[in-house]
Ligand binder design. Structure first.
Ligand code: NIG
Ligand code: FE
Length: 407
């Protein structure tokens, strides 16, 4: 039973506590058996039976639960630096998308990669993501947009699920954009998703969730309803990209469809907030995307004050958020979304776990949960998020194994 000693401060939310609440133990120690946390407390109270076990020295680090990035578009080909330059000079994200750039240009680059090329790229990303203390990641398809290419991406995710550093939760996002070849026959593309892709993905258990991008440049509420009701029938729970560029009633749609999360939400209405609260849908804030596309950020305070939990994630993708730096997104959630550092820590751990249906197993440091930990050079959670200049993570444990750093 390994012991982590010499923890400066251990800080974590709890499975059922309010989002603003974090408990802290100074000069702490932590014990786990196999993959599961067995004892937590002040080191001076460490039971004698653990004293001679194998130990790791945390060297005074701040220890928090392994971070959970509950919204990424991990697998894609190429980058879109050219569009970044155009947007710097004033061209809008929607304008680029309407002109056939945006998502569709990444689709071309993604289709061109073989499965092993895509896998190699994703493995590289995962290794780097792990250096930020991230131990669980949701990953969407959505840059294939035909049966073979969407399956290729989900098969890459299946391979990545075998890796030790990060637990990966795959999402089918075939409804990310209408592919060029279906431009004038939208109904046929939706039928392809419903009749071919969804049954296959469900039969081969290639995804846990099904997502739809609802927007004027993507899919309508009615189209999302058709796809997500079909997904629900084959056992894939709904997630939604909604109210990102305008209020389209997307939050209410997420509530109506029993979605596990509603993501983006920069333009959420008061009615939308009430709908999320009533149906217990987790809101997911993606401040890197708001910042990078110059959107006005989600006012998370409005949601938190009305009892809607708010997760924080990166939205890592080549268009609106080309970064997997979750601690940076967390700092921005404090400053742009008006969340406290404690709310943000929970937003990227236990609330994010809830957005993935994993809250019974991960997302907080509690006896019986998995030993997923991030060790940080900081004296407190507040200090960690305040000093956002460099990566504070010194080591990462996933399922009780050291997967990044040396102790
Ligand atoms: O979450 N909103 C839709 N999808 C992505 C952007 C994808 C892209 O631009 O490639 C997002 O922001
Ligand atoms: Fe996204």
């Amino acid at each position: 039973m390994p012991v982590l000693k010499n923890i400066g401060v251990l800080s974590s939310g709890t499975t059922s506590g309010p989002q603003g609440q974090v408990y802290s133990i100074s000069d702490a120690a932590l014990v786990w058996r196999d993959e599961t946390i067995a004892w937590i407390g002040a080191e001076r109270d460490l039971p004698e039976q653990f004293a001679s076990e194998k130990s790791f020295d945390a060297k005074g680090a701040l220890v928090v639960p392994g971070l959970i990035d509950c919204h990424t578009h991990l697998a894609f080909g190429g980058w879109r630096c050219d569009e970044f330059v155009q947007r710097c000079l004033g061209r809008s994200y929607s304008d680029i998308a309407m002109a056939g750039g945006g998502i569709l240009s990444t689709v071309k680059a993604t289709r061109a990669l073989s499965k092993s090329e895509l896998l190699e790229r994703c493995v590289g990303f995962l290794k780097e993501i792990s250096t930020f203390g991230v131990t669980t990641l949701e990953a969407k398809s959505g840059y294939g947009l035909d049966v073979a290419s969407e399956i290729k991406i989900l098969e890459v995710y299946r391979e990545l699920q075998k890796r030790p550093e990060i637990q990966l939760m795959p999402t089918l996002l075939a409804a990310h954009a209408i592919p060029t070849e279906f431009k004038s026959k939208r109904g046929k593309y939706i039928a392809l998703i419903v009749d071919e892709l969804l049954p296959r993905v469900a039969a081969e258990r290639l995804a846990v969730f099904c997502d739809v991008f609802v927007d004027a440049v993507a899919f309508s509420n009615d189209e999302a309803r058709i796809i997500l009701q079909a997904a629900n029938k084959v056992g894939l729970r709904a997630k939604l990209h909604v109210d990102q560029l305008a209020d389209t009633g997307g939050a209410s749609l997420a509530a109506e469809l029993g979605a596990i999360s509603a993501d983006h939400l920069e333009f959420i209405s008061d009615m939308g907030i009430q709908a999320l609260r009533q149906k217990g849908v987790v809101a997911v804030s993606l401040p890197l995307a708001s910042l990078f596309t110059r959107q006005s950020p989600l006012d998370a305070r409005r949601l938190l004050e009305q009892g809607v939990p708010v997760a924080v994630a990166t939205d890592f993708n080549p268009g609106s958020a080309p970064s997997f730096n979750l601690p940076l997104a967390m700092m921005l959630a404090c400053t742009m979304n008006r969340m406290s550092p404690a709310e943000v820590l929970n937003g990227a751990t236990i609330v994010a776990a809830r957005a993935l249906g994993l809250h019974a197993d991960i997302g907080s440091i509690e006896v019986g949960k998995r030993a997923d930990l991030a060790l940080l050079s900081a004296s407190s959670v507040d200090q960690w998020l305040y000093n956002f200049g460099s990566n504070a993570c010194r080591a990462t444990f996933k399922n009780g194994s050291l997967v990044y750093g040396a102790l």
